[in-house]
Design a protein around this ligand. Structure first.
Ligand code: FE
Length: 414
């Protein structure tokens, strides 16, 4: 019945599983001490995936339902929830900062596997199969049978080791594959445009980082592998969790999950190499025109400049992060914003050096350094060397190239 409210998108490509760009650490013989372990029992736990978007009006009820699992006895024990945010509704007017093209592609791969010609949100996938039970108000099914013990261990060098001892021999000849998703919970986000305009959405189980790695057989029947975390922390969740699942020929056979302790988060984030994770965005000018307002397009894509003292952020003083208006990449923090008196928002440094690119700009008879978003190449403004300490730099940025993400809700649900 709610199905008519569900948003659909055509499957354009029925390609094989898109390979994600990630790096995997090789487990060392002299293993550093473990910081935290998350394990499953031998009984099978279900992997429940939700494909969702902040830009889709049908999604908040599904996310609220998923959030109800936070206090469920079944959480982690027999269900491991993960929410992949997709980017195919960004053109509706709101860019979902948690969405990645890979996550949309992952959903399209599923749709192609079950020969559906479209993907939709909110879309649930239970153990690799489409699950319409939520739409039909069914109870969450319980998996049955023994699957084997799955363990995820964070060690003091920031490496996450996965070990799996299957209850039965794998069905396929191919090696088992482990999947690790670092999740954020309690992420409160005010939506300022698109179908959910004016709403404040709270997300739980949001996938902030996803990697997969082929497991190898070692002693006995144990399969093992390892990964390093590369999550981008767009907002600070109140809690982090990890979801781990093992697939045999792409079918999930066991899952485990749990909340991460603070020390594990620290160890994992110290191994963070976020600069490699943000995939470059390449859209046609027609696509950018659809996604952006006329003003945003003129400045971000045609290197325009807004008039001083007219933009929405030159005199804006809330705490939060300024992300790219075109792609959502975090660019500047309110902590580094200062009043330059120029009438444009000014910062002394970006949130991450690799999130902006500098280019020499010799237009208008001047030699200046242009600043671009490193992910989507949108024009942001210019950088000058007359800024305050500690960097001495002044990033002079057009408000219209930015979108402010407040830090509100940070301390909820702790
Ligand atoms: Fe961008």
């Amino acid at each position: 019945m709610e199905r008519k409210n569900v948003r659909f998108d055509r499957v354009e490509r029925a390609t094989a599983l898109a390979l994600l760009v990630c790096t995997f650490a090789v487990a060392s013989n002299a293993a550093p001490p473990p910081v935290q372990s998350i394990t499953s029992g031998s009984a099978r736990a279900s992997l429940l995936e939700l494909y969702t978007s902040e830009g889709c009006s049908s999604c908040p009820p599904a996310e609220a339902w998923l959030s109800s699992l936070v206090t469920s006895d079944r959480l982690w024990k027999d269900v491991v929830p993960v929410a992949f945010h997709v980017d195919y509704w960004d053109h509706l007017g709101w860019v979902d900062v948690f969405a990645k093209p890979e996550y949309s592609e992952r959903q399209r791969d599923y749709a192609a596997a079950w020969k559906a010609d479209r993907v939709y949100t909110p879309g649930f996938v239970m153990n690799g199969r489409e699950w319409r039970g939520w739409l039909e108000k069914q109870k969450l099914p319980t998996a049955s049978g023994d699957a084997g013990a799955l363990a995820f261990t964070v060690t003091s060098d920031g490496v996450a080791t996965i070990q799996f001892q299957p209850a039965a021999a794998p069905k396929s000849q191919a090696p088992l594959v482990a999947h690790v998703a670092v999740l954020g919970a309690g992420l409160s986000r005010k939506i300022n445009a698109g179908e959910n305009k004016g709403k404040t959405l709270v997300h739980d189980f949001v996938v902030l980082d996803y990697q997969s790695t082929t497991l190898r057989t070692g002693s006995g029947r144990t399969w093992a592998g390892s990964t390093k975390w590369q999550a981008e922390r767009i907002d600070t969740p109140t809690r982090y969790a990890v979801a781990v699942w093992v697939t045999d020929n792409r079918a999930p056979i066991q899952a485990a999950g749990g909340w991460l302790e603070d020390q594990a988060v620290r160890e994992l984030s110290m191994s963070d190499e976020r600069n490699e994770t943000m995939s470059k965005i390449n859209k046609s000018e027609t696509e950018w025109k659809e996604l952006l307002t006329d003003d945003e397009y003129r400045v971000a894509r045609e290197k325009g400049t807004e008039a001083p003292f007219t933009g929405r952020y030159w005199n804006h003083h809330e705490d939060g992060v300024y992300v790219c208006v075109a792609c959502g990449q975090p660019l500047f923090s309110s902590a580094t914003k200062f009043d330059s008196g120029t009438g444009w928002p000014s910062f002394y440094e970006p949130v991450e050096r690799q999130n902006v690119d500098d280019y020499s700009d010799t237009s208008h008879g001047m030699v200046r350094t242009e600043v671009l978003c490193s992910r989507c190449d949108s024009h942001l403004g210019h950088v000058f060397d007359d800024g305050p300490r500690p960097t001495g730099l002044r990033y002079c940025i057009n408000s219209v190239s930015l979108k402010f993400v407040p830090k509100d809700g940070k301390d909820q649900k702790k």
